[in-house]
Design a protein around this ligand. Structure first.
Ligand code: 9MR
Length: 447
């Protein structure tokens, strides 16, 4: 990523004061303030994630922070083409599976990164072109998305396909030279292999609404939506490092993409010198856009960062929370907790009263793993495939993630769950938020 401009990062006194005030407020037990990034984001219907490197999973400080603070994980390198298909047709999932297991065993979800990209290709693919490369890419997508089918919240199907600079066009690459339709072909292959994952286009320097690159990606997404190419989300990497600053029109960028009918995710956030104001503004901008699903920071501690010389993350090299951490948590806790936005519309005319002669289905709860701050629940439904299950939580518990069905939230403590075609079983993670004894109740009716 090229440097665009540099600026001395500011440590503003007022921000320091705000961070101290926040710490005091949390310490004195403010009623609804969550104490971790993931729990707070979940209260506002979002996730808060981090990149994870398999090579660091034996570092206790790292795994403790990751497990405590985050509820979404992106493998930093382990799902890339060079890692998963080192020689053609020979698929290796060991490191990626390790990260997926780390996440799912802690009730965290996974963003898949990345199926098709001009960089980090295995050498055998770098040497290919034309139909052979196109077919190799499609087979790669099919195999990898099938291996992880059902375990991925969102896939970065295509990464960094647009050129930097003023053209607003595609980046030249071996994949681009297979034909301009390579991106839509990639999305169609991913949809066929894992129909329930959200499929994202992901890029950097697409944060400033005025940049030609942002406009180029916007036009592609607009075109895909108008032609029915299966795209569900746009990932803004948001590396505000290396000379790219947080732009004041960032909220416009997020809301403009969302207005096309896609979700927006902040996928690789890091900020030079961890500027606390820019971090808080990024959170506020995401909260201002209902379809901004969540934020992922690109690493846990500064020492884990690809740009460690810029100290761009929320924890220092020893694992201590930085001023930016307090600033982010405070921004995440701001405002009234809201209901998550449904990303899959439910039926427009749900039944207004239970059908005569009984509900037609039964929902039963299977308690799952319990951790210090959260627990999992599985629900099995029988008697009908046209079920609607209502899950009721007890305040202040809140759902932080869900899988296996479509969830909508009439209010923060109630989820309406409908089948998504993957079966009659679904699950979710609930944060205790101070109440570790309550458990959900479920009712079932048919649609
Ligand atoms: O953080 C990743 C670093 O460990 C790798 O060496 C690098 C190789 O390209 O990729 C880094 O992650 C990149 C991500 O996959 C895509 N967006 C830019 C990220 C930072 O370079």
């Amino acid at each position: 990523m090229p440097a665009r401009r540099t600026r001395t990062a500011l440590a503003i006194g007022a921000v320091a004061l705000a961070a101290v005030t926040t710490a005091v407020a949390i310490g004195s037990g403010t009623a609804s303030a969550a104490s971790t990034l993931g729990a707070s984001a979940a209260e506002h219907g979002r996730y808060f994630g981090t990149a994870i490197a398999a090579g660091r999973l034996n570092d206790g400080t790292y795994t403790t922070i990751a497990g405590r603070e985050f509820n979404m994980v992106t493998p930093e390198n382990e799902m890339k083409w060079d890692a998963t298909e080192p020689s053609q047709g020979n698929f290796q999932y060991g490191s990626a599976d390790q990260i997926v297991n780390f996440a799912t065993s802690r009730g965290m979800r996974v963003r898949g990164h990345a199926l098709a990209w001009h960089a980090q290709q295995p050498s055998w693919a770098q040497g290919m072109s034309g139909t052979a490369l196109r077919n190799a890419m499609l087979n790669h997508i099919t195999q990898v998305a099938t291996h992880f089918r059902g375990k991925i919240h969102s896939w970065d199907v295509v990464n960094e396909a647009f050129a930097d600079g003023g053209s607003g066009g595609r980046r030249d690459s071996n994949l681009q030279r297979t034909g301009n339709d390579w991106i839509e072909a990639a999305f169609r292959a991913a949809r066929a292999a894992d129909p329930n994952a959200k499929l994202c286009y992901n890029d950097y320097n697409t944060d400033n609404w005025n940049d030609a690159k942002t406009q180029g990606v916007y036009r592609m997404v607009q075109d895909f939506k108008s032609r029915g190419v299966p795209i569900d989300c746009v990932g803004l990497q948001s590396h505000f490092t290396g000379g790219s600053d947080y732009p004041s029109n960032y909220r416009t960028t997020l809301s403009s993409f969302a207005a096309l009918g896609v979700d927006v995710q902040i996928t690789e956030l890091d900020i030079r010198n961890a500027n606390a104001t820019a971090y808080a503004n990024t959170v506020r901008d995401c909260y201002a856009v209902p379809r901004c699903n969540g934020i992922t920071v690109w690493g846990v501690r500064d020492s884990d960062s690809w740009r460690s010389n810029e100290s761009p993350l929320l924890f220092d090299g020893s694992g201590n929370k930085k001023q930016a951490y307090n600033s982010v948590l405070s921004a995440l806790n701001e405002g009234t907790p809201t209901s998550p936005q449904p990303t899959t519309p439910g039926p427009s005319n749900p039944p207004s009263s239970p059908p005569p002669g009984g509900s037609g289905c039964t929902a039963s709860i299977v308690p799952g793993t319990v951790w210090g701050d959260r627990y999992n629940t599985t629900v099995n439904v029988s008697g009908s495939t046209n079920w609607i299950v209502t899950v009721s939580l007890t305040s202040p518990q809140r759902m932080s993630s869900s899988w296996g069905a479509n969830f909508t939230w009439p209010d923060a403590y109630t989820a309406t769950v409908r089948p998504n075609g993957s079966g009659n079983s679904f699950g979710f993670t609930t944060m205790f938020n101070g109440n570790s004894s309550a458990r959900p109740s479920v009712t079932c009716r048919t649609s």
